[in-house]
Design a protein around this ligand. Structure first.
Ligand code: SAH
Length: 465
């Protein structure tokens, strides 16, 4: 494993002070599974390069993994990429050999350690799980220019495409401490593995190392998940705390449905919609409430705030949305009495689901237009025939209102995933037919400011039996 770090900041040989390793000789360090060597292939006033070479002993690695049981597993301990690929061993070596620099400290050049200087790091063999795009998604938001060359496979296996190893060069004007920290965290993330058991202290390490860049990183979730070896409980705990350190409170986070939200903000439709649904639920005295297609949990959050809603259950087909809801509602840290009131379910509204029985009210806020039209019938049976709460509240866009949205092409939907959008008449016809079929009555209620010509932006149907 070879990592080189180059600067052109003059005098470039100050890199030796920053790393705490002299440019004029080779130094070696014992590691638990091998040795690290530091040397300088070039060292002039104009340009200086430090190299960290890791010499891992495959036999040491096997000894460290002695607990493995099967022969196959043992074989992979002998024959693997660890000695030459960048991995968590690289991070461990950075920490062991360049510990002060990693922490942003330098005894001899403290100011320089805090100064952004032109830096370039090259990893000779970086395993990239997720491809070049993911590699760029990790480093580019942090201000790096990324150069990546994929290593070929043995010519005999060319048909399989390239290998997962890249030669990667990162360039930025930044502090050495930041560069080392980014490598320390992101190299094992790209490799998607760690050579050691990952527990609670790994969460602390990530939060400490990521404090000033991870909360705002667009791929913070994937970084956290992989850094913690995809352990769900640790990942959730870390994400909750990461998000809590953001400057903006969690409530103001941008939603997934940004395009639609941006379009609709003028009328702050979201809030009007939620307020209309909540008012209806209070009106009918519902205590046990289902939120079908709960998404990231906007309605759930409001329901949780009001204790008259004794039982609150959100269901969604998207595990990603449920994960976001889990985070945003901070389910992990809710007091037990609160936690007992809420549950998130993974499921689809087009399949009969026994878990949906026994509720006073069900809401599906901006959900039906996400269903294929030929599935609406299945949806209606699931909700009105099987779940069959006394009250069902549905909201959906009023397609006629779309002409009032600047920037929405004629005939276009408000959101790419919408399968249809109904006029007032179309929704009315469907709502009345559905109510009649399942023994409900329905009231159609406008939501948002009503435009004389095209009606309200959102339409709501309140079904009762
Ligand atoms: N009600 C939320 C989310 C609306 S977006 C809000 O107002 O913010 C529509 C949601 O419906 C998405 O989260 C999507 O995952 C979910 N959805 C789409 N098809 C579904 C299905 N068949 N079953 C359950 N949920 C579904």
């Amino acid at each position: 494993m070879l990592l080189t770090i180059t600067t052109t900041h003059r005098p470039a040989t100050d890199l030796g002070y920053l790393l705490g390793k002299r440019p004029d000789r080779v130094q070696s360090f014992e590691l638990p599974s091998g040795r690290a060597h530091v040397f300088y292939p070039e060292a002039s006033d104009a340009r200086c390069t430090a190299a960290l070479l890791l010499d891992l002993d495959p036999l040491d690695l096997v000894r460290a993994a002695r607990r493995s049981k099967t022969r196959d597993e043992l074989l992979t301990h002998y024959v693997n990429d660890r000695p030459y690929a960048s991995s968590s061993f690289t991070s461990a070596a950075i920490s062991r050999v360049f510990g002060a620099a990693l922490g942003g400290r330098s005894r001899e050049r403290p100011e320089l350690a805090a100064t952004a200087i032109p830096l370039e790091a090259t990893l000779a063999t970086l395993p990239v799980r997720g491809g070049e795009r993911f590699l760029r998604e990790l480093f580019e938001p942090l201000g790096y220019e990324v150069e990546a060359a994929r290593e070929p496979l043995d010519p005999r296996f060319e048909a399989w495409g390239g290998s997962r190893y890249y030669r990667v060069t990162l360039r930025a004007t930044t502090t050495l401490g930041r560069l080392l920290t980014h490598l320390f965290v992101l190299v094992p993330v790209l490799d998607d593995d760690k050579h050691y058991w990952v527990g609670d202290d790994e969460v602390e390490k990530l939060l400490a190392k990521g404090a000033d860049w991870l909360p705002d990183h667009p791929r913070r979730e994937e970084i956290t998940r992989r850094y913690l070896k995809r352990q769900g409980a640790l990942t959730r705990r870390a994400l909750e705390r990461l998000i809590a350190t953001e400057s903006a409170p969690i409530e103001d986070e941008p939603e997934l449905d940004e395009a639609e939200d941006a379009l609709e903000t003028k009328v702050s439709l979201n809030e009007r919609r939620l307020a209309a649904v909540l008012a209806t639920l209070r009106d009918v005295g519902a205590a046990r409430v289902l939120d079908l297609g709960c998404g990231e949990g906007r309605l759930l959050r409001e329901l949780l705030r009001d204790r008259r809603f004794e039982r609150v259950v959100g269901l969604d087909v998207s595990t990603r949305a449920l994960g976001r809801a889990h985070e945003r509602l901070r389910l992990e840290t809710l007091p037990p009495a609160q936690r007992a009131r809420i549950e998130l379910l993974h499921g689809s509204l087009t399949y009969r689901d026994a878990r949906l029985a026994g509720f006073d009210a069900a809401c599906a806020v901006e959900v039906i237009e996400h269903l294929d039209p030929w599935r609406l019938d299945a949806f209606a049976r699931v909700v009105f025939e099987h779940a069959a709460p006394r009250t069902v509240i549905l909201t959906t866009p009023n397609a006629e209102f779309n002409v009032r949205f600047d920037g929405l092409a004629a005939g276009a939907h408000r959101h790419a995933d919408h399968r249809f959008e109904w006029s007032r008449e179309e929704f009315g016809a469907w709502a009345h037919a559905t109510a009649a079929r399942f023994g409900y009555t329905v009231r159609l209620i406008p939501v948002g400011d009503i435009d004389e010509e095209v009606g309200p932006p959102t339409q709501m149907g309140v079904f009762s039996r």
